[in-house]
Design a protein around this ligand. Structure first.
Ligand SMILES: [Zn+2]
Length: 588
C-alpha cells in the first residue's frame, strides 16, 4: 500500500507539472485550477490505493509470487501508463509498450538499491514526511498566492467617487430567452424574474455576440466583437484591451467574480482580469476527482456513465453555493462601491434539475443524455424529455436568483445598485438538427434574456422591442453609473431615453460570430469555417464558413424555418446585408 501511494504521488506530481507548464508556459486553457499542483498528487494517491489493495491481498495470499520487484514493476507500469491520459492522441498500445519498458528499467534501478526500498519507499514515516508535507505546503502556497494577489489589488485601489452605485452583473449560463415565462413561454419557469422585472426594463430581443461562453463573456467585458479579441476554443482572453472590471477598479470599485462555468470563466480564461477577488474552483471531493487524469478520463467515459447511471458533472457548483460565496464576500465589503460578476451554471447540459424541480415539467420521461449519444437521430419524445429537464433547471435557478434578491433587498442594497441579468448564449433543441450550443448562429443559440434594474435611473415595468447586442453592456454600465465611456459600444440608455426608441424595432445591425471548430462532424455548420451573422431590422442574415448564405425574416418566421436566401425576395435583400457586414468588419 505504501508503494502504491508513492507511485500515485509521483504520477500525480508529473501530471501537475505538465498541466502547470501548459498553463504558465504555453498559456493554454486546461480546465484545471492552480490547485492542480497539490490536488493531482493527492487524487492519484487515492486512485493508486485501489490496485494497491488488490496487490496487498495477492501478496498476502501468494507471498512467493507477488514479491516486492513484481509489485514495483506492476505499479510502475500503471504509473507510466496513466500518463497516457495527458497525450490521448498517442495509441494506447504504443504507450503500453513504452510503459512496460520503462517499468522494467525502474524495477531494475530499485532492485539495485534495496536500501531505497526498505528505508524510504516502505517507511510510513518517510511517506508522511515526504508526500504529506509536500502536498500540504503546495496547498498552502496556492492559497497564500491567492490571498496575496487580492491584498495587492485592494492596496492599489484609489478612493471611489462619493455615492457611486454598486454594479451587479449576472449571467445565467446557457439560458435562452424562448424558455422563460418572462418572455411569454407557456410554462411558469421564471416567476421570480417576472416579479423582479416589474421594477426594471426587459429587452425583448437581446443577442449574444457569440453562441459560446468565453467569446460572449469576453465581448461583454471589453465591448468588442469576438473577431477583435484573442479568444478561441482553447485560447484565453489576452490583455490587449481593458475590461469593465479594470475600468471600475481604476475608479476605486471593489471587484469580485463568482463563477460556476469552470471550463470557460475560470482564472485562466482571462475573464478574471481586473477582479481583485475571484472564486472559481472550490476545494472539494468532486474537484479532487476532476483534477487527476484518471478521474477525468473516467468521468468522460460515456460507457461508464451509462453503466453507473451517473450523469452529473463531478465539480458542478450549484446556485445555492454561488449565492453563499457572493453573500459571504459581500458581508466583509464595506466603505466602497462594488462590482460583482456572478455566473450560474445550473442550466448547462447535462440538464439535471434538483429533486424539487425534476418532475415539475413532464419529468419522469426516459432520458437520453446528449453527451452520451450526440447525433441528429432524436425522436420528438426524446427531445421533449430534454426540454422538460432544461425547463426544470431554469425554474430551479429562478428560485435561487429570487432568493438572492430577497437577501439583497433585506440588506438594503438594491436601492443603489445597477443590476444586469442576462445569459451568455442560448441553447438549441434540434430546431436545425443541432443540440446544445456553439455549433451555429441560429436564433435559439443567440437570443438571451436581458433585464436591467436600477431604481430611479432605469424605467420600471417597461419592455424594449428593438434588438440589442450584449456587446453594449459595458458601455451601458459606465453610462448608468456616470463614468466616462472608456470602453467601446453604445449605451443601451439610448433605448429608453428617446421617446421613439421604446418598444418599436429600429434599424441597427447586430453582429454575432463563431470561429471554425475543428473535430466536429461535417453536418455541424461551424465545421465549415468561421461564421458571421447580422440582425438588421426584421432580417437575420447568416454567412457560413463555406460562403453559403442564409436569410430569415425573424418577425414572420421566428423559428427560422424558411430560408429566403435563394428566393427572389431574398436576393434583393441580401446585397445591403453583405455590404453592412463588410463595412462592420472593416470598421472594427
Ligand atoms: Zn456559456
Amino acid at each position: 500500500l505504501l508503494l502504491a501511494a508513492w507511485f500515485g504521488f509521483f504520477t500525480g506530481l508529473v501530471e501537475a507539472c505538465w498541466w502547470l507548464g501548459q498553463k504558465l508556459l504555453g498559456s493554454k486553457m486546461t480546465a484545471l485550477s492552480p490547485h492542480v499542483i497539490w490536488m493531482a498528487p493527492l487524487a492519484e494517491i487515492g486512485w493508486f490505493l485501489l490496485p494497491g489493495a488488490f496487490l496487498a491481498l495477492a501478496a498476502w495470499r501468494w507471498p512467493k509470487r507477488v514479491t516486492l520487484p513484481v509489485a514495483v514493476f506492476l505499479l510502475a507500469c500503471l504509473g507510466f501508463f496513466s500518463l497516457r491520459f495527458l497525450f490521448p492522441s498517442i495509441h494506447w498500445a504504443a504507450w503500453l509498450l513504452a510503459s512496460v519498458g520503462l517499468a522494467g528499467q525502474a524495477t531494475r534501478l530499485l532492485q539495485a538499491r534495496p536500501a531505497v526500498c526498505a528505508d524510504f519507499l516502505l517507511s510510513r514515516r518517510r511517506f508522511l514526511c515526504g508526500s504529506g508535507v509536500a502536498i500540504g505546503e503546495l496547498a498552502a502556497g496556492v492559497h497564500g498566492w491567492q490571498w496575496l494577489r487580492e491584498r495587492q489589488a485592494l492596496a492599489k485601489l484609489p478612493p471611489a467617487p462619493a455615492g457611486a452605485p454598486n454594479v451587479l452583473l449576472i449571467t445565467l449560463d446557457t439560458v435562452r430567452a424562448a424558455n422563460l415565462s418572462l418572455y411569454g413561454y407557456g410554462r411558469p419557469t421564471t416567476p421570480k424574474l417576472e416579479r423582479l422585472s416589474q421594477g426594471g426594463l426587459v429587452f425583448e430581443r437581446a443577442l449574444a455576440t457569440a453562441p459560446w461562453t468565453l467569446a460572449s463573456h469576453a465581448s461583454i467585458f471589453t465591448g468588442r466583437f469576438p473577431h477583435e479579441l484573442s479568444v478561441n476554443w482553447k485560447i484565453p482572453l489576452d490583455a490587449a484591451y481593458p475590461t469593465l472590471a479594470e475600468v471600475l477598479s481604476a475608479y476605486g470599485y471593489r471587484t469580485a467574480g463568482f463563477v460556476a462555468n469552470l471550463e470557460y470563466c475560470s482564472l485562466e480564461s482571462g475573464l478574471a482580469r481586473g477582479f481583485a477577488h475571484y472564486e472559481d474552483y472550490r476545494v472539494s471531493l468532486g474537484e479532487l476527482v476532476h483534477h487527476s487524469s484518471c478521474g477525468k478520463a473516467l468521468c468522460a467515459s460515456p460507457r461508464l456513465r451509462k453503466h453507473l447511471g451517473y450523469y452529473e458533472l463531478p465539480n458542478r457548483k450549484p446556485a445555492a453555493e454561488l449565492n453563499a460565496e457572493f453573500l459571504g464576500w459581500l458581508s466583509g465589503n464595506a466603505g466602497r462601491p462594488f462590482f460583482a460578476f456572478l455566473n450560474y451554471f445550473d442550466v448547462h447540459a447535462p440538464y439535471l434539475p434538483p429533486p424539487a424541480f425534476a418532475a415539475r415539467f413532464g419529468g419522469g420521461r426516459a432520458r437520453r443524455h446528449p453527451f452520451l449519444l450526440p447525433g441528429r437521430d432524436w425522436s420528438p419524445a426524446e427531445v421533449q424529455a430534454e426540454i422538460d429537464a432544461y425547463d426544470g433547471t431554469i425554474a430551479s435557478l429562478d428560485h435561487h436568483v429570487g432568493g438572492l434578491f430577497d437577501e439583497l433587498r433585506q440588506r438594503g442594497l438594491l436601492e443603489n445598485t445597477l443590476v444586469l441579468i442576462t445569459s451568455d448564449h442560448g441553447e438549441e433543441f434540434g430546431e436545425h438538427g443541432l443540440f446544445e450550443h456553439g455549433d451555429s448562429l441560429y436564433l435559439p443559440a443567440l437570443h438571451v434574456p436581458l433585464l436591467l434594474l436600477f431604481p430611479g435611473r432605469v424605467p420600471a415595468g417597461r419592455r424594449v422591442g428593438a434588438p440589442v447586442s450584449l456587446r453594449d453592456l459595458s458601455a451601458t454600465v459606465l453610462d448608468l453609473v456616470g463614468l466616462k465611456p472608456w470602453l467601446p459600444g453604445n449605451s443601451l440608455g439610448r433605448r429608453w431615453r428617446k421617446s421613439d426608441g421604446v418598444g418599436g424595432p429600429e434599424a441597427e445591425v447586430i453582429l454575432s460570430e463563431v470561429s471554425f471548430a475543428p473535430n466536429k462532424p461535417d453536418w455541424v455548420p461551424v465545421s465549415k469555417g468561421d461564421m458571421k451573422s447580422l440582425f438588421a431590422g426584421r432580417y437575420h442574415y447568416i454567412r457560413n464558413g463555406d460562403g453559403r448564405e442564409e436569410l430569415y425574416d425573424v418577425t414572420d418566421d421566428p423559428l427560422e424555418q424558411q430560408d429566403l436566401a435563394g428566393t427572389a425576395q431574398g436576393r434583393g435583400d441580401l446585397e445591403p446585408l453583405r455590404k453592412a457586414l463588410q463595412s462592420l468588419l472593416t470598421r472594427s
